[in-house]
Design a protein around this ligand. Sequence first.
Ligand SMILES: *Cc1c(COP(=O)(O)O)cnc(C)c1O
Length: 437
Amino acid sequence: MPPAGAANQTILHLTKSRLAFERSQKVIPGGVNSPVRSCKAVNSTPVFIAYSDGSNLWDIDGNQYIDYVGAWGPMIVGHRHPRVLEALEEALLKGTAYGAPCLAEIELAELISRLVPSMEMVRMVNSGTEATMSAVRLARAFTKRSLIIKFDGCYHGHADSFLVKAGSGLATLGIASSPGVPEELSQLTISLPYNDLSAVEKASKEHGDKVAAIIVEPVVGNSGVILPKEGFLSGLRNLATKMGALLVFDEVMTGFRVALNGAQGKFGIRPDLTCLGKIIGGGLPVGAYGGRKDIMEMVAPSGPVYQAGTLSGSPLAMAAGIAQLKLLQAPQIYQTLETLTNKLADGLKEIAKKTSQPCQVVSITGMVSVFFTKEKIVDFASAQTSDTSKFARTWQTLMDKGVYWPPSQFESAFVSLVHSQKDIEETLAAFQVAMKA
Ligand SMILES: *Cc1c(COP(=O)(O)O)cnc(C)c1O
């Protein structure tokens, strides 16, 4: 049950959250277990969540919010979906972990492989970070090369090799890279501007024979939403093949969100390896990587590339993931999600026009970002021209009006299948107030 609180709040009462944050900061670095949750980037402090249902969150003071964070991606069918809860309850009664294979692991791998055909074989892990880290190790082993090409503002989890110009969390907090990552290792990562094929061509001329992989968010979510230009992804496909490098799509965010077969299905590109996470765990900790059979067969124990996990293939995570992927196969699901997303995005564009705000609204099925800038958003540099203090003020007004928007300019908001027309209308009304101010 949601905690009791002031119905129809007009200003937020955050007494309990403020106290919880003070307490939390004494035992947890920064008071949170993942940096963006601190709300530092919007000059605020977090609300602590007590309950969720459908498109809503409730904090421990009893304030209710329309949720556009969606646990940062997984909650595409909304919170506490009855089918997902049922699957979890059923799995729970059979135990929580076996450390031995179970049938649910095959079922989820088969589902993924059928829906994302480039993933001929799949290995389950526990997070997106593990998926990308393992995929790059595999690419290096397969090609017997060391360099990786990534793109500025793309986030591939927090493994050492990727913490070079890595978007969101780092951009939000103004950390260019991270202490603790050896210089020697970051020198193996080449970071180039997203959407700039000529930069990739140039790098391929200089280093092509040393590049193991090109890794990319096919649609960027971790600098806010940035769409690939026509020809960018197919250009990467061609260049990777020409260099003898593997093309790795990091679809941890876009997988099962922008389309049932991911961004690779939507844009018609077949990567060599794909990383998944978020949606495929139904809200439980999960990641997966997979791709060409000849490459995946190099993973231990069928091959020499070591990678393991005590809780990998968790029966609970598998059950929630299977339930969620089954729901997503119903007819019209992605049309519905796209219509809802467009209603929100079009409404935001309308408000920007009416209030004469320099503002870019970028969206794709299930993902939306609002950038306060005149510049067209094509890469990380253009995203960074946004007025982040205006974003922070807007965010605060949205919170006061009961809209839980991601607390960073450089994150995507997520629309779920259970956001109602009324939710979207209330959200637009809140934006209207925020953007007038
Ligand atoms: C969230 C995300 C990751 C990291 O996943 P975790 O489960 O947080 O480790 C990697 N890549 C992309 C594109 C993501 O959005």
